[in-house]
Write a protein that binds this ligand. Structure first.
Ligand SMILES: [Zn+2]
Length: 747
């Protein structure tokens, strides 16, 4: 099978003109040397005809109409307008021929009751005023800026600036002899997921946490601010959850169990994912007077933002008062679930989802993705009316309560875990969509498949395939070594998934092969989780005609219908095995790097030559000597990966000739499930051995997390314990692939 890139290179040798033509030729998609994965040549023709029919049934102009309607009023979980949107979507799904219903859960959802932030002579505004230039950003009844699952609190203390508030920032503070104990920290957004900031601050003894959007990362330093440009203005605040989702997502009171009315609930005081210290997000307008009061050392270069002040670390000489109270109510989360029963294999499920709840008006996040899903479902409904039926069951889901903590999707997965484990083939997620490049992350057993789909969809602006455009963008940004690797591989590597949207429970809790995909990278950012994420903002700065939402529907439909109608499920394991091999080889390298760095640092401390991090005039705290890094034995892991590589090759050799059978589908579906272990240390909800959100990164992924995190935390005995466990899980995967190979070869 020739890749699109080889195809292009071949032509480019002829002449520049032909090279240009080849771009146009590529736009007319798949060639005969690119047979559709999982389809016989006859069935492939049928499938391509179905896709063409689908394209003729969808209409771009639907998307802005729905976007405007769905974003007209605040629609957070439990809100009246959220219910209206759910009921409207439900009626559309029914009209299109889906068997649809609203499934309800009862989740803990605190909302702000009292918010005070003040110091002598100053009181923070904590408001996002309506703009006369944008009538679509007026949001009576919307949630005021807050961080969901902050505890109530009333604290008065001096302020310390902690940069992004990530663990490595505290190493800098420590080396400067500055403690946050008994202080309120002020951190800027960025550098890692927001929920990590209060978590790490509390671990270091802080009693309160403020998080502000610095204009260097998110504001006027990036571009003109709203409403002149698309970037965050001085009043814009990023709301967001700070539940400890790296422990488990979903309703904080019902871990591992669906939040039905009758479910057993933890007492609020025992809920482990609620943040430990009162935390409030603020605008840079509100942060500036506070930052001005800071004294102490000048912040290092890479800690400085773009506000017109000299950034000091603190503490300040002024007491700051932070008082927060929340309504700790239980609200109804409503998932809209719409099914089309498979005509031949009703017990094999292909699942598609996007959330529809927003923090306020949520035009970009999440409605740009939700309306794309709706258009896709409308097209599927159109196909149904022509007499087409999917072989396998398709389920379209609009999730509620994603913003506070993936509530709707997690509770649904926990409720149906047993059935999903038996029946789910794959889950496809989208969230916010913008102009730009196609981006996808997920299970590497479907990497080849999704790469092929990308070669069949046209980018609306460049008229290249979305695969070509994504490849060009990745090549531009890549290092020389990565570029070489990218060029050598027929498939674009897809990213590993951490967290941050509704795929988490499917993939990491119950082992369903999953993707998260979208477009973006060319719009101006700047309204994320604020009131100004409005219809006007979206249609001026993100994707004026929602062309990329429309294209998302085309990609989604191809993935969904190919998975639903393939003769043999298009799983492929060479890319997966090679990716795991790459992850596994990173681990001994990590140990070597840690060993060298530790030895070097210890030597400098002993020699008294440790270089000042910054401000050499201030007295330093004496850094501690760290234990030397021991030898870690990875032999069993290496052996397991070798076996996996060879099992994967054997499946690839027979996959093309395999005949359709329920037994083969079953075996293929179970491959991702075989990657579930007994759970990560101290957070057993996360059971996937390859992918997890990092305990100290939040959304950011850790691959082979049980081993990698133990190493990073210098917990050598835990790393040594985890290596054989992960190796055993890889053996389970090899077993599962070998089982599928035996079935495929038999026919
Ligand atoms: Zn979202």
């Amino acid at each position: 099978m020739g890749s699109a890139l080889e195809f292009k290179d071949r032509r480019c040798r002829l002449s520049r003109v032909l090279c240009l033509l080849s771009a146009i030729a590529l736009a007319s998609f798949g060639s005969s040397d690119d047979p559709l994965m999982g389809f016989s040549p006859e069935a492939a023709k049928q499938q391509l005809a179905t896709e063409e029919k689908f394209d003729s049934l969808i209409v771009q102009s639907d998307l802005p109409i729905w976007l405007k309607q769905f974003s007209a009023k605040p629609h957070h979980v439990g809100s009246p307008y959220g219910l209206k949107n759910a009921e409207y979507a439900l009626s559309l799904f029914k009209q299109w021929g889906f068997d649809a219903e609203i499934e309800r859960f009862y989740v803990l959802f605190p909302s702000p009751k009292e918010r005070v932030l003040e110091m002598a002579g100053y009181r923070a505004k904590l408001q996002e005023p309506a703009l006369k230039e944008d009538s679509t950003s007026r949001a009576p009844g919307g949630l005021q800026p807050y961080n969901a699952y902050s505890p109530d609190g009333d604290v008065t203390a001096k302020l310390v600036y902690v940069n992004y508030g990530m663990p490595k920032d505290y190493e800098v503070l420590e080396s400067e002899g500055i403690s946050v104990k008994g202080k309120i920290v002020i951190s800027r957004y960025g550098g890692g997921w927001r929920g990590i900031k209060p978590k790490v601050a509390a671990e270091h003894g802080a009693i309160g946490c403020l998080i502000y959007s610095d204009p260097r990362d998110d504001g006027f330093y990036r571009g003109d601010v709203y409403p002149v440009g698309g970037y965050r203005n001085e009043n814009g605040v990023q709301r967001g959850s700070i539940a400890d989702m790296p422990l488990f997502p979903g309703d904080p009171l019902t871990p591992g169990e669906g939040a039905s009315k009758e479910a057993k609930r933890l007492a609020l005081k025992d809920a482990p994912t609620i943040a430990k210290i009162p935390t409030l997000p603020i605008s840079y307008g509100d942060a500036l007077p506070l930052l001005k009061t800071l004294r102490g050392p000048v912040a290092p270069d890479d800690w400085r933002g773009a506000l017109p002040i000299t950034y000091h670390i603190g503490p300040g000489d002024t007491d700051v008062h932070l008082k927060l109270k929340f309504n700790w109510q239980t609200v109804e989360a409503r998932d809209v679930i719409a099914k089309v029963k498979g005509s031949e294999l009703p017990d094999e499920w292909i699942i598609r989802g996007n959330h529809y709840d927003g923090w306020v008006l949520g035009a970009e996040d999440p409605l740009s993705g939700a309306v794309a899903l709706m258009e896709e479902a409308k097209g599927i409904g159109g196909l149904l009316k022509t007499g087409w039926r999917p072989k396998r069951t398709m389920i379209y889901c609009l999730w509620d309560g994603e913003e506070p903590g993936l509530l709707g999707s997690t509770e649904w997965v926990e409720t149906h875990a047993e059935e999903l484990s038996k029946k789910a083939v794959a889950y496809l997620n989208t969230d916010s969509i913008g102009r730009g490049f196609f981006n996808v992350g997920g299970s590497h057993s479907l990497e080849k498949f999704v790469n092929q789909v990308e070669r069949y969809v046209i980018d609306p602006e460049t008229h290249l395939t979305i695969a070509e455009r994504a490849r060009a963008q990745k090549l531009v940004g890549a290092s020389a070594a990565d570029r070489k690797e990218l060029r050598a591989k027929p498939d674009m590597p897809i990213g590993a998934l951490g967290s941050g949207s509704d795929f988490s429970s499917f993939l990491q809790h119950i082992g369903i092969a999953s993707f998260d995909m979208g477009f973006g990278g060319e719009g101006g950012g700047g309204v994320y989780h604020s009131t100004y994420d409005s219809y006007d903002w979206y249609t001026r700065f993100a994707d004026p005609k929602l062309q990329y939402g429309f294209t998302t529907a085309q990609v989604g439909a191809r993935i969904m219908t190919r998975l639903a109608d393939a003769d043999v499920l298009p799983f492929e394991f060479s890319n997966l095995a090679e990716t795991i091999d790459k992850y596994a080889k990173e681990l001994p390298k990590l140990v070597d790097t840690m060993r060298d760095e530790t030895a070097e640092k210890n030597r400098e401390i002993l020699d008294g030559t440790l270089k000042a991090t910054f401000d050499p005039l201030l007295p330093k705290a004496m850094p501690k000597i760290k234990d030397a890094v021991p030898t870690v034995d990875f032999t069993v892991l290496t052996k397991a990966v070798e076996r996996l590589l060879s099992s994967a090759k054997k499946y690839s050799a027979v996959a093309g000739k395999a005949k359709a059978s329920v037994a083969l589908d079953e075996a293929l579906m179970q491959t991702e499930r075989s990657l579930l272990g007994s759970g990560l240390p101290r957070r057993p909800w996360y059971r996937h051995a390859i992918y997890a959100p990092g305990f100290y990164t939040g959304y950011g992924v850790k691959t082979l997390p049980a081993i990698r995190e133990a190493l990073e935390e210098r917990n050598w005995s835990e790393a040594t314990q985890q290596i054989p466990l992960v190796a055993a899980t890889l053996d389970h995967l090899a077993d599962a692939i070998e089982k599928a190979t035996a079935i495929a070869a038999r026919m």
